[in-house]
Write a protein that binds this ligand. Sequence first.
Ligand code: NAD
Length: 253
Amino acid sequence: MTKTKVFVCGICGRMGTVISQMVKANPNLELAGGIDIAAGEAHGVKVVTTKDLAAFIDEVHPDVMIDFTVAAATMQNAKIAAAKGVNLVIGTTGFADEQEAELKEAVKNVAVVKTGNFSMGVNIFWELVREAAKRLGDYDIEVIEAHHRNKKDAPSGTAKTILRILEEETGKTEEMYGRCGMTERKDEIGVHVIRGGDVVGDHTVQFHQNYETISLTHRAYDRSVFARGAVKAAEWTASAKPGMYTMKEVLGL
Ligand SMILES: NC(=O)c1ccc[n+]([C@@H]2O[C@H](COP(=O)([O-])OP(=O)(O)OC[C@H]3O[C@@H](n4cnc5c(N)ncnc54)[C@H](O)[C@@H]3O)[C@@H](O)[C@H]2O)c1
């Protein structure tokens, strides 16, 4: 059986490390190398930087790139990989709307699985939020997320997806980020971001009305929940046609 060759962009990072270990433990996959900001070796494979990426792909012929870096890095590396016909699994968050549009256009020749959260639980949580929002559109809605102190972007990609779902289902388009001073609650969705310690990822959506609150929470205790989804997505791309996908298609939700 031929193994799917995977290389990991951001291989030295928190997610890159867990993903590399999982790829190595998966009999259907081969860890073929990595990219990071410094060249060298990690997890027993060669690591190159962006300037040597095209040559690396020509030499190693990887099937798929798993990317967990920062938006600016993804914009460069994903374009190079897609131009060489390498499928993409993108977990990086914090893209500006223009970057999202540019990326979508640049990588349409390959299969791309891109989501702000690869955990199966969160993908089901999003469905639950959608169901609740359908019925509770006239409630006061607040979104709260917490992550570790090193997370760069805010709000999280997962919270942005929650906000998109709430907007689609309730028509509420206005968001209020934190509250300070004289604030009068109108029909906005409140968004609250907490950063500290080693919190892996907490998301809560509250629906308030007089005398009652419904609260939905997802809490990730370990990065392996995201890594498992990303690795599953990488396997899935081997038989996927070019196009943009999310975990909905990968998990068959
Ligand atoms: N979609 C999901 O399920 C999910 C889950 C967790 C984290 N994330 C996102 O993944 C990203 C990475 O998270 P992390 O906690 O692993 O961060 P991290 O800072 O630990 O790792 C990022 C890695 O990318 C490397 N990097 C930076 N610029 C690069 C470049 N130009 N080329 C190659 N490598 C480069 C860094 O050196 C680092 O090793 C963030 O955007 C985070 O929000 C997504």
